[in-house]
Design a protein around this ligand. Structure first.
Ligand code: C5P
Length: 275
């Protein structure tokens, strides 16, 4: 049988408000999530027993065994397959690499075996897996288990990761104020128009301050993006360390990315469209 491929896009939290904490320690979120046209690739083929190979430019340090979320997702689905994961996204980076890989694996296995993916309990694989199953602009609530898909939007952006791993639990732990206001009412037309960016600028990522305190280089990334010509809005995604800037068009984003790469050859810099 022929293999089945799935794209695992980078997830970007345009805003991430922490609105409370549950008794089990998980945090309640209100987040606007979009997906990039850069990401990992997952290929699944028929096999009797689970197998996983990790390839690609960002494969170093990614486990190729039962610890990997691709493997866990397939087991959660009750299917044994052979998986090739091609890593392009930095890991532990606030752009949902593991959750997006898990969602792509579920889509590919569902295609291969002709079974729909159960919608219940996906968040137990990873809090970002339910929104990654949607794969385009969505508002995420609860601990990540409540997802409301949004009308299409297209934003021109640059993603930057300075190459430091950030532990999500450590950032949540360092957040002192656990109860913050949710996002303000979104404008009806979120289609990249100026009004949307103004609205977005008034929202926050509540994890940005604790993440910068833990990894000060994130502050340098934010400053470098702020200084890039044409940057309309600069913010960190997820629990970091990846940050993004929004631009009016793709030429500005490409030019900003070239400038950032020239100054910081060791940073991961990707111009992209967010949808
Ligand atoms: O589910 P995921 O593996 O992405 O979460 C990693 C860790 O981040 C959790 O173990 C938890 O400490 C923290 N977390 C949280 N509240 C969320 C999502 C994650 O406290 N809504």
């Amino acid at each position: 049988m022929s293999p089945t491929d799935a794209f695992a896009p980078a997830k970007v939290n345009l805003a991430l408000h922490v609105t409370g904490q549950r008794a089990d320690g998980y945090h309640l979120l209100d987040s606007l999530v979009v997906f990039a046209d850069v990401g990992d690739r997952v290929r699944v083929t028929e096999a009797r027993a689970m197998a996983l190979t990790v390839t690609g430019p960002r494969a170093a340090g990614v486990p190729a065994d039962a610890r990997n979320l691709c493997w866990k997702a397939s087991e959660w689905f009750g299917e044994s397959v052979s998986i090739v994961l091609e890593k392009h996204l930095p890991a532990a980076a606030g752009i949902g690499g593991g959750s997006s890989d898990a969602a792509a694996t579920l889509r590919a296995v569902a295609d291969l075996r002709g079974r729909p993916v159960p919608s219940e309990g996906l968040e137990r694989l990873g809090a970002d897996v339910p929104v990654c199953m949607v794969g385009h602009a969505a508002r995420m609530a609860g601990i990540g288990d409540v997802v409301h898909p949004l009308p299409p939007l297209a934003l021109h952006a640059v993603l930057v990761n300075p190459g430091v791993d950030v532990s999500t639990p450590a950032v949540f732990k360092a957040l002192t104020q656990k109860t913050n206001p949710p996002m303000a009412e979104m404008p009806a037309a979120a289609g990249g128009a100026g009004g949307f960016v103004d609205w977005l600028a008034a929202q926050r990522n509540d994890l940005q301050v604790p993440a910068v305190a833990l990894q000060p280089v994130i502050g340098h990334v934010l400053a470098a993006l702020e200084a890039s010509p044409g940057a309309r809005l600069v913010r960190m995604s997820g629990s970091g360390a990846t940050c993004f800037a929004l631009y009016d068009d793709s030429a500005e984003a490409e030019a900003a990315a070239d400038g950032l790469r020239a100054l910081h050859a060791d940073w991961w810099v990707e111009p992209c469209t967010l949808r």
